[in-house]
Design a binder for this molecule. Sequence first.
Ligand SMILES: N[C@@H](CCC(=O)N[C@@H](CS)C(=O)NCC(=O)O)C(=O)O
Length: 210
Amino acid sequence: MKLIIATPSPFARKARVALLEKKIDFEEIVDVPWNQNTLTKGINPLGKIPVLIQDNHEPLFDSKLIVQYLDCYKPHPLMYPENPEENISARLIETVADGVCDAIVLVFLENARKEMLRSKDWIKRQERKIFEGVKYLSYHLKGKNYFVGSSFNIADICGYSCLEYIDLRFPKFEWRSDFPNLEKYWIFHKDRQSLKKTKPIAQIIEPLED
Ligand SMILES: N[C@@H](CCC(=O)N[C@@H](CS)C(=O)NCC(=O)O)C(=O)O
């Protein structure tokens, strides 16, 4: 299997961590999807990573769909819990954590525009989503080591990745001091191999057009 990724991407990280947790062999192909010559051209009409590529298979894109596919391809360990209540709870955490990451991307891109073109209101709107989203994660985590159930699953992949994406792209948000339960959680998981191997790394992107 081949996976097209970007090194900072929390969405690509979901697929990378799931592949590592399931011990599936794969090759990572690093792209910068924001650049003109992105490898996603002709593969994903939306121009986004991650994309999973296999011989004699249609390319798969969107992190949720890829992880769901991997759960069918190799069910153990399951990333989306089997128990219906836990499944919904895990998907809610995924939705909020992914939404926080989407908002961080939008702030990052807005700040990459020329200063005169930036909208402070738009940035504020996204920042509210980031703060409220993390508050939601903290509230639902409580004092536990896993967001949902008693083992590592999609909720942890997304919750944990979201926190480290904040460190990379939105460091002014000191979530560790605002939400000590999230810091304790981060410390509990930080040496997990699949997370250590996929720590986000910034990329340089081409200047955006006006
Ligand atoms: N819903 C998608 C989001 C993926 C996404 O936003 N990827 C970003 C990188 S973090 C991307 O490729 N953006 C390029 C673009 O939008 O042109 C998923 O979960 O896979």
